[in-house]
Design a protein around this ligand. Structure first.
Ligand SMILES: C[S@@+](CC[C@H](N)C(=O)[O-])C[C@H]1O[C@@H](n2cnc3c(N)ncnc32)[C@H](O)[C@@H]1O
Length: 204
């Protein structure tokens, strides 16, 4: 009998047509120079550089169908906190197909920049993890409560990998975000204005 998703370590709500990733999927078209900048020997990192350990599936979050009809992503999914997430805390990495311009899918709504100088992105349209369900704050809340930050992940074999991590926003100078993200709250980032201007319908 095939394993259930939960037995296989895949979130219950994970869509069947999308591959659940625990490790990065690198495009074969990435050259040695780019691969060398993305996957490094741990000894080449300055000791002051923080590294993160990851363990999936991520029980601190929950993929949930958006049930509020006034939410602009109603009928789709969103990612919600499954526990209190303090300011500045690391939530999870954004996993996907790591690629450069040679295989960019211009139609993807899940493609995030990993290194602008190298022209490398992470596309979670066909494969990824829970982070692919994070919605933009516009029309949902007055602002984001999380953001993407560049990180190094310790993959345990003497190697570290460049990744995009999702973090709770810092408390802020006035402490207005000191509560962090409460259990059950939706995790929301800013996709940036560019994401939405590129998707505006062409004027007639
Ligand atoms: C990275 S996906 C986010 C997950 C998506 N809701 C899903 O269920 O797969 C990006 C897409 O989610 C939707 N979305 C996210 N934030 C939105 C918002 N604030 N308003 C409208 N649509 C949004 C848009 O369709 C967008 O192209």
């Amino acid at each position: 009998m095939p394993l259930s998703k939960v037995q296989a370590g895949i979130p219950k709500e994970w869509p069947d047509q999308t591959v659940y990733l625990r490790t990065s999927a690198y495009s074969k078209k990435l050259d040695q120079h780019k691969m060398g900048a993305l996957v490094l020997s741990a000894t080449n990192l300055p000791p002051s550089e923080k590294t993160y350990k990851t363990s999936s599936p991520y029980t601190n979050v929950k993929i949930t169908a958006v049930s509020n009809a006034s939410h602009p992503a109603y009928g789709q999914y969103g990612l919600y906190a499954n526990q209190h997430l303090p300011p500045d805390s690391f939530i999870l990495p954004y996993m996907g197909f790591v690629h450069d311009q040679a295989d960019t899918d211009v139609t993807s709504d899940y493609d995030l920049s990993l290194d602008r100088d190298l022209g490398v992105g992470v596309d979670a349209s066909k494969m990824g993890n829970e982070a692919r369900f994070i919605n933009d704050y516009r029309g949902v809340s007055s602002g984001p409560n999380a953001e993407f930050r560049d990180i190094f992940v310790d993959t345990g074999n003497g190697k570290v990998e460049r990744r995009v991590g999702v973090f709770v926003l810092s408390a802020g100078k006035s402490g207005k975000r000191a509560k962090g993200v409460g259990r059950g709250q939706e995790i929301l980032v800013s996709y940036g204005k560019g994401f939405w201007t590129e998707r505006q319908p062409a004027e007639e």
